[in-house]
Design a protein around this ligand. Structure first.
Ligand SMILES: [Zn+2]
Ligand SMILES: [Zn+2]
Ligand SMILES: [Zn+2]
Length: 158
C-alpha cells in the first residue's frame, strides 16, 4: 500500500483477512483516514467518541492492534510521550524535542546512509520509524527556524 488509505481501503483489508467491519472499526478508520498525522490512542479515542461515545478505550486499543497486524497502521514511540499511531504509507522517521516534546516527521531518506552503514558494519537492520530520534528543536535551541517567528516563546519541558 502506498499513498493514503481511505475508509473503504481499510474496510476491504479487514474483510480480506476474514474480519468484520464493526462500528468501532468504522469509527477508527474514519478518524485515521481524516488525519494525516500521528495520533495517540487517547486522541483517537476522543475523536472516535465524539461521534460514537459508546466506544471504550480498550476497544480502540484492540482495533489498533488488529489494524497493525493487518499492516494498516504502524506505531512509533516519541520520546517520553505517548505511543502514536498512523496509517502506513509514506516512509518516514520521527524526531522529538526532549525539552518541549514537539515531534516532527522527517523523510526516510535522511536515514539512508546510517541504515547502509549499520547494516554493513554491524549487520544491524535499522527500523527508521519505530522510535523517534531525540534532540532539541530549533526553537528550544534558540535558533530561528526558516519562516518561524523570531521571538517565539520558549516552551517549558513537561
Ligand atoms: Zn510516523
Ligand atoms: Zn513499539
Ligand atoms: Zn523544543
Amino acid at each position: 500500500m502506498d499513498g493514503t488509505w481511505s475508509r473503504d481501503d481499510i474496510a476491504a483489508s479487514v474483510r480480506r483477512a476474514g474480519g468484520r467491519m464493526t462500528a468501532a472499526k468504522r469509527g477508527i478508520a474514519d478518524v485515521l483516514a481524516a488525519t494525516g498525522t500521528d495520533l495517540s490512542a487517547d486522541e483517537i479515542t476522543q475523536r472516535v467518541q465524539a461521534a460514537r461515545p459508546e466506544i471504550s478505550p480498550s476497544t480502540v486499543y484492540r482495533v489498533l492492534d488488529e489494524f497493525e497486524e493487518l499492516g494498516i497502521v504502524v506505531h512509533a514511540h516519541l520520546g517520553h510521550g505517548a505511543t502514536v499511531y498512523h496509517l502506513t504509507g509514506v516512509p518516514h522517521g520521527h524526531v522529538v524535542c526532549t525539552a518541549c516534546a514537539t515531534s516532527s516527521e522527517v523523510p526516510a531518506e535522511l536515514f539512508d546512509r546510517m541504515e547502509g552503514e549499520l547494516l554493513e558494519r554491524f549487520g544491524f537492520a535499522l527500523d527508521r520509524h519505530h522510535v523517534a530520534i531525540a534532540g532539541l528543536c530549533a526553537s528550544c535551541r534558540g535558533v530561528r527556524e526558516p519562516g518561524a517567528p523570531a521571538d517565539r516563546a520558549r516552551q517549558r519541558a513537561h
